[in-house]
Design a protein around this ligand. Structure first.
Ligand code: FO1
Length: 312
């Protein structure tokens, strides 16, 4: 591998949890040498608009326009459009902001004109001045369906409309068998100096990317260069319902439980200091263990973890 290629990073990412680390990487390395492969299982069509939450969260974060409190949507957002929609009796459980709306209209129009999701994501990230490549995992829709006691529902309905209350029995990715990795996805895993699995939900953020045909195999082929950052610290998720879902699906909510899910394709598993006691169990799965401060609240903490990962 050439010295220039050695410095390249490909990251697999969900939304908010991943974006913290991605922001750290963006500032700790040459951002042009970073490629982000993003989960699109969360994508949903609402009010005729194609919404790609994780693509937008990653793009807005790296562009510096994300709402810093919520971690999704745009800074300084207003919701006049949503209020008007309610007038027509439409469901408004998914909070579409007025500024954010421009992104969904632009993407939906590009898709209607025959462009791919990859091309739409490229148009949005370049317009917002993001220097890193942002790739959807696939150009085909692969919605994440949560199987619950109350029936099957789209992930966004489970997360937002039903506030993760229904007990989870299973998860599937509709249409996955016939889907393909988007252009550049397999190549960027194959060519990168290192591959970083961001601290995202292993079941519904990283899981859908791994399920795209050939992605897991490609990661296995690069196992020694794959570094996964654990999203569970002290048995709790850093963000979102990972802990609850892992428990309900019988995996258990711990660093070693996530390590088991990643053992076949990960060379180095990164855990927080609080979980140091689990290091021997994780090493027994055949992975190296790095113990680092993985909780990122400040800009400095994000950069610090990013630098530590780049130095591994
Ligand atoms: N998350 C919420 O908790 N409530 C919302 O109403 C909501 C709206 C929303 C709109 C656009 C967007 O890009 C993201 C949005 N999110 C919202 C976040 C998103 O649903 C999830 O955090 C991700 O899908 C999981 O990564």
């Amino acid at each position: 591998m050439s010295p220039a290629k050695k410095l390249t990073v490909t990251a697999l990412a969900g939304g908010i949890g991943a974006s913290k680390l991605l922001l750290g990487l963006y500032h700790a390395m040459d951002p042009h040498a970073l490629t982000v492969i993003v989960n699109t299982g969360d994508d949903i069509v609402l009010h005729g608009l194609k919404i790609s939450p994780d693509l937008d969260i990653v793009t807005y974060t790296l562009a510096g326009v994300v709402d810093p409190t919520k971690g999704w949507g745009m800074r300084g957002e207003t919701f006049h459009f949503l209020k008007r929609l309610a007038t027509y009796g439409r469901e408004t459980w998914f909070n579409l902001g007025d500024r954010d709306l421009a992104t969904h209209v632009h993407r939906t129009d590009l898709l209607a004109r025959g462009k791919t999701l990859t091309q739409a994501a490229e148009s949005i990230r370049t317009a917002l001045g993001v220097k890193s490549r942002i790739l959807p995992m696939s150009d085909q829709p692969i919605p994440t369906i949560i199987e619950t006691r109350d029936g099957n529902m789209h992930f966004q309905e489970y997360l937002i409309k039903h506030r993760t209350e229904p007990g989870v029995r299973g998860i599937h990715f509709a249409g996955i068998k016939h889907a393909h990795a988007a252009p550049g996805v397999l190549e960027s895993i194959c060519d990168a100096g290192r591959v970083i699995i961001c601290p995202s939900n292993p079941l519904i953020s990283i899981g859908p990317i791994l399920a795209v045909p050939r992605v897991r195999e490609q990661l296995r082929a690069r196992r020694e260069s794959v570094i996964a950052v654990c999203p569970i610290v002290g048995g709790k998720s850093l963000k979102g319902p990972s802990d609850k879902m892992l428990i309900q699906l019988g995996c258990g909510s711990s660093a070693s439980a996530v390590a088991k899910l990643y053992a076949d394709f990960t060379g180095t598993f990164v855990i927080d200091r609080r979980d140091a006691a689990q290091a021997p169990a994780i090493r027994a799965l055949g992975m190296k263990v790095a113990i680092l401060p993985t909780v990122m609240r400040t800009r400095a903490q994000k950069r610090k973890l990013a630098r530590a990962l780049l130095a591994l």
